[in-house]
Design a protein around this ligand. Structure first.
Ligand code: PNS
Length: 189
C-alpha cells in the first residue's frame, strides 16, 4: 500500500542512486530510467571522497549530470560525504538503487547492501540490471578507451564526450597504424 502523509496524500517515493559517476555513463542513465518507472523521484548522489583522485571534480560531475538531465524534474543531483544511509535518511529516501551488471559486481554490492541494512534497517537496497549492451560498461573503461583514442560516443551522454575532449585537449588521440614493412625496418635499425 502506498505511504500516505498526515493529510492522507500519497507520499512521493524517493530513491537515491549513489556513486562516483566519474563520469556518468549510458549504463547509469539506463538504471536511472528504470528507477523512474518505479519511483517518483531519483536523487543522483555523488560521493565526495577526498582519498580518491577523480578525473572530474565533484563540481564538474554535478554540472555534467545536470546537463544530461536538463528538463527532467524527477531527477535531482546532489553530493554527499559520510555514511550513505545517513545521507538517505536526511533526504527522506527509503530506497538505495544500485546497478548490477554482472556476477562480478555481486559480491561487493551484496556486502554493501547488507552493511547498509545493518546500519539502517529502514532503508532498502534495490538492484536493477541495465540493458545487456551496457553490461561491460564502466566509467573506468570509458576514460581508458577515450585516452587511447577509442570511440565512446554510444557509451556516454554527449556532454560527457564533450567534457572528455575539453579535459584531454581538442580531440582524442587517434592511433596511426604503422605499415608492417616500416615496423620491420624500424626494428632492424
Ligand atoms: O560508483 P561507486 O564508486 O561504485 O559508488 C560507491 C558508493 C559511493 C555507493 C559507496 O562507496 C558508498 O556508499 N560510500 C559511502 C560510505 C558508506 O556509506 N560506506 C558504508 C557502506 S558499505
Amino acid at each position: 500500500m502506498p505511504h500516505r502523509n498526515r493529510e492522507g496524500h500519497r507520499k512521493r517515493s524517493l530513491a537515491v542512486f549513489p556513486g562516483s559517476f566519474d563520469p556518468i555513463t549510458n549504463g547509469h542513465l539506463d538504471i536511472i530510467g528504470r528507477s523512474l518507472s518505479v519511483f517518483d523521484q531519483v536523487t543522483i548522489a555523488i560521493l565526495v571522497n577526498p582519498e580518491k583522485h577523480p578525473l572530474f571534480t565533484v563540481e564538474e560531475r554535478v554540472a555534467i549530470i545536470r546537463e544530461a538531465f536538463q528538463g527532467e524534474e524527477r531527477v535531482q543531483v546532489d553530493t554527499f560525504s559520510g555514511l550513505l544511509v545517513d545521507y538517505a535518511e536526511r533526504l527522506g529516501a527509503s530506497v538505495i538503487v544500485r546497478g548490477l551488471r554482472a556476477i562480478s559486481d555481486f559480491e561487493f554490492e551484496f556486502q554493501m547492501a547488507l552493511m547498509n541494512r545493518r546500519l539502517n534497517p529502514r532503508i532498502e537496497t534495490v538492484f536493477m540490471m541495465p540493458a545487456e549492451s551496457y553490461s561491460y560498461l564502466s566509467s573506468r573503461l570509458v576514460k581508458e578507451v577515450f585516452q587511447l583514442g577509442g570511440r565512446v560516443r554510444e557509451l556516454v551522454p554527449a556532454v560527457v564526450e564533450r567534457r572528455l575532449r575539453e579535459k584531454y585537449g581538442t580531440a582524442p588521440p587517434v592511433p596511426v597504424p604503422v605499415p608492417a614493412r616500416r615496423r620491420a625496418r624500424a626494428r632492424r635499425a
